[in-house]
Design a protein around this ligand. Structure first.
Ligand code: FAD
Length: 372
């Protein structure tokens, strides 16, 4: 009886659990090891911050999904993989043996890159703990303890969170002068996005009343300020860091084949470069020959292929290759009920795009979590 063990409740593993619930694999034992009982869907996080969605929405109940898939549910953190013994080491419990192992464990915050970030800033990743941190921030905003809020990081998450916080702050009964929200976007807002998309993004920030600081990077975060590399200091009783994240240490520590940044190298079959029993998907991997940015859309597209390949591997059948799409639709929601849609170098900003993003995001969560 093959033992199939999944580590992490990331986006791709939701598809694996769904596939095994829909078509159980006779004779196989499935296990999910997850640090979190609920998988937060990243696309809806800014909307939870802004108040567009209820604060406790946009999460998938992993225990219930595991039950439906007939999987053992182990609520624990995996700390290492012992490939010689073929088991997973988990915190505070006996090792979990495997025949096939799949990792969908996301990324961890790279707090070391900005001194003071760990002590003084609210770090977005892991998203699962962001809810707790957010509660504290909202209380501080409501009490008037935070008058200057700085979001550090000019990628899609930083852009959306700055808007979301602006919208939330606008509803706070704070006066006079209100709460200032600044986006410290690093060298360039939305680097990698075509210039027209960036222009639309700058305009939407200006319309919303978010101050944008570009062309300079945050080098330190103090308890009451974000310090920039041009010597400026942005007053900040609260700072939120959404800059680049790093690979989970467990990968390198377990002696797996990782790239220069510590991400697991996988082949198109989503198997590790040097291990046919080890599969992985999502942000924690580098797909050899098809490198792409870290985005949930890839974890989502890899999910069905991962599910199918785990099944085929358990049955000793040939595996399917995954092909990463070159172009994909990126939707960036703002606080004015519009979103910027980006694809194939084109960019538009409209209410329709906002509606579409809401529909896609809610559809994703409803697919896996029907609330029953
Ligand atoms: C604010 C924000 C908005 C975003 N919006 C979008 C968007 O609109 N579109 C988009 O494409 N991308 C978006 N992203 C990026 C997106 O969050 C990631 O690309 C996506 O979550 C990656 O999914 P994943 O499956 O790799 O893992 P994750 O969703 O990160 O899940 C990994 C899971 O594994 C668990 N885990 C980790 N280590 C262990 C361990 N050792 N043992 C057990 N469990 C473990 C974690 O607790 C976590 O639950 C956004 C990111 C942020 C921060």
């Amino acid at each position: 009886m093959p033992d199939i063990v999944l580590i992490g409740g990331g986006h791709a593993h939701l598809f694996v659990l769904e596939a095994f619930a829909n078509a159980p694999l006779t004779g196989a034992r499935l296990t999910l090891i997850t640090r979190e009982a609920f998988a937060p869907y990243s696309g809806m996080l800014p909307g939870r911050v802004s108040g567009q969605y209820a604060i406790d929405s946009g999460e998938v109940d992993l225990k219930r999904m595991a039950e439906r898939a007939g999987a053992r549910f182990i609520h624990a953190s995996a700390t290492a993989i012992d490939r010689a013994a073929r088991h997973v080491v988990i915190e505070g419990d006996a090792p979990v043996p495997y025949d096939l192992l799949s990792l969908d464990i996301g990324i961890v915050p790279d707090v070391a890159s900005i001194p003071g970030a760990a002590e003084n800033a609210l770090i977005v990743k892991p998203i699962s703990t962001f809810r707790r941190k957010l509660d504290g921030l909202l209380a501080d905003l409501g009490d008037g303890r935070v008058r200057d809020l700085v979001v550090v990081g000019g990628g899609p998450a930083g852009f959306e969170l700055a808007h979301a916080l602006r919208r939330r702050a606008d509803r706070m009964p704070v006066s006079p002068g209100g709460i200032r929200v600044t986006l410290a976007a690093g060298r360039r807002l939305l680097g990698g996005v075509p210039e027209r998309g960036r222009r639309l993004a700058r305009r939407s920030l200006a319309e919303a009343g978010v101050d944008l600081v570009e062309g300079t990077r945050a080098v330190r975060i103090d308890p009451d300020a974000v310090i920039l590399d041009d010597g400026r200091s942005l007053g900040a009783q609260a700072a939120i860091v959404t800059t680049r994240a790093a690979a989970p240490e467990m990968l390198g520590r377990s002696g797996l084949a990782v790239d220069g940044s510590g991400f697991l190298k996988v082949r198109p079959t989503l198997q590790a470069e040097d291990d046919d029993r080890l599969f992985a998907a999502g942000d924690c991997v580098t797909l050899l020959g098809q490198e792409r940015p870290k985005a949930g859309v890839f974890a989502v597209r890899q999910g069905p292929v991962l599910a199918e390949n785990l099944r085929r591997a358990a049955q000793g059948r040939a595996l399917r290759p995954y092909r990463a799409q070159r172009h994909y639709l990126m939707l960036l929601a703002d606080s004015r009920g519009k979103a910027i849609a980006l694809r194939n170098g084109l960019a538009i900003r409209s209410r329709l795009a906002f509606w579409l993003k809401d529909r896609i995001d809610r559809g994703f969560v409803d697919r896996f979590d029907d609330g029953s």
